[in-house]
Every structure is written in C-alpha cells, then in structure tokens.
Design a protein around this ligand. Sequence first.
Ligand SMILES: Cc1ncc(COP(=O)(O)O)c(C=O)c1O
Length: 313
Amino acid sequence: MSFIQTNFYNKIDPSPLQVIRHPQLSTANITVSIKRDDLLHPDISGNKWRKLKYNILEAKKRNIKHLISFGGAFSNHIHALSAAGYHFNFATTGIIRGETHYASNPTLSQAQRWGMKLQFVDRKTYREKESSDYLHRLKAQYPDAYIIPEGGSNHLAIPGVEEVVTELLQQSTKPIDHIFTATGSAGTLSGLISGALKLTNKTQVHGIAVLKNAHYLTEVLTNFVPKFNDLNWHLHTEFHGGGYGKVSAELAHFCHQFTQETQIPIEPIYTGKMLYALWQLIDQGYFSPGSHIVAIHTGGLQGLAGLKQQKKI
Ligand SMILES: Cc1ncc(COP(=O)(O)O)c(C=O)c1O
C-alpha cells in the first residue's frame, strides 16, 4: 500500500534514537546518540521529509496538484520531492542547475521514474531562483503550482523539523546537552533551534556548515526563528573541508570507519561531514565529560550512488 492511501502524516513513525558505541567515546566519557531520520521512509527520508511534510499538507489543503522546486543534479531534495509526488499524487517539476546530460545520473533517473519533469537551467539563471522577477515568470508559466524553495527550507519546514525535538523529548532517557546537525540552507538548524524551546534551556543546538563562508546563514536563522537570539545555538563554519561536495581522503576514511564500527550507513556530504566535525570537537575536549550529544542523521543516502559514479568515494 502506498502511504498516500493511509493517513500518511500519522503513519510515518518516529525515527529511532540509537546510542552508539565507539572506542573514542568511552575514552572521552561522552555519550553520542544518533537520531536515525535516515530510517523514516525508504524514499523520503531524513530532513527532507521533515521539511516537506507541512508543505505537502498545505498544498493538499489548497487543492494544488503540482509541486515545483529547485536543486543541483544530485540533490536529495529533488529526489525526495519526486518521491513525494509519486506517493501523494502530485505532478512534480524539478528545476535543475546544469546541463541535460545529468538527466541520466542515479538521482535524476529515479526522479523521472517517479514522474518528475526536469527543466535544466544554466548556473546564471539558477542563481536568480529567489528573485521576485524570476518567481513571477515561473508563476506565470505554472499558475497552478506550489513553488518550494531550494532545499525545501521555508517557513512550513520549521514545524516539521520541530517534531524531531518533540520525538527526542519522548525518546531520550538522559538529558540532552547538545544537538548537532549538518547545515546547508539552515532550514533544519532553524527548526531544531526553534524546537529546542521545548527542551531545557541547557540544550545547545549546533549546525556544522557544509559550505564555505557560511556566516551569512545567521541572517537566514533570524528570518526563520525570530527569537533565536534568546536561544542556545552555535553555527560552526570551520568544518566545510574545502567547500560543498568536497570529499577529502580523511573524510572518506572517517565515514568508512564509522560505518564499520557502528553499522550505520552515512554519506560524506552532510551527515558524514557533521560527524567528522563532531569527532574532532570531541578530540579537542570541546565537551565536558559526561555530556550527552544527539547527532541528527539527516538521510541523503540516495546520493551515495552519484558520489560513486563521480568517483568521489
Ligand atoms: C541529507 C541532508 N542533510 C542535511 C542537509 C542540510 O539541511 P538544510 O539545508 O536544512 O540546512 C541537507 C540539505 O537540505 C541534506 O540533503
């Protein structure tokens, strides 16, 4: 049964919270639990589901039948949006940065199998995707569509991500001192900061920026979480490892070892980069002994096939 035939928004169970065993953690006397959002659903996993959920409900409420969004040629968001279209009966259009030959890569092949129409645009046009002029033209071209920004990060993404924290509140038997997430467009970090209002004030929320020069994201956070100054959060901008999509030999090695030691699959663009940074912080003595850290596994495993194809891993 496809999950649109069920009461889908109540049918996706909370993802498990898994305490991990790792030699370095025992030595440092640190507990790390992984919130396994990669296990939420086989096709729409991780923060993608969290960010899309209320957008999909909004589109259904408005009786809109067509979803449009933007992404790179290996985008997890585009992949998830096409799956959402398939499972929830929407037509989908992906506006893709780059050349048409990407249409046959693993991410976009699957997106098309799920019924997504692709529209390739050059990099200059893609950069305009948030300008009112461009959006105006897009709305004129598709008057009945619901347009979701790149990465799915808009105001309706926030309540979906807040639910991660609600689940943590029910699942964790130990107080949570720190929550870590990988940060791209900062929708996920914003939702977690906002959700952390529900936890004790002591919990600090951390974003590991996967892009270079990510300081500008603070402004994005202000937009999504008006009271964010009152909260306890930190954006780490020094762990981008050369920039978005860059996979050093050390990072690839860390991801491989991590999976061997924990049996948890990760990819190096988001969750792997975040965990690599977290492990370095633990090494540097950043956390007090006895701390409990929750790291969010934001999914993205569909990207592994594309990374292999590009020989990045
Ligand atoms: C797997 C994965 N993790 C983390 C992120 C970062 O999330 P955000 O863009 O909300 O900062 C993304 C991008 O959306 C992603 O695809």
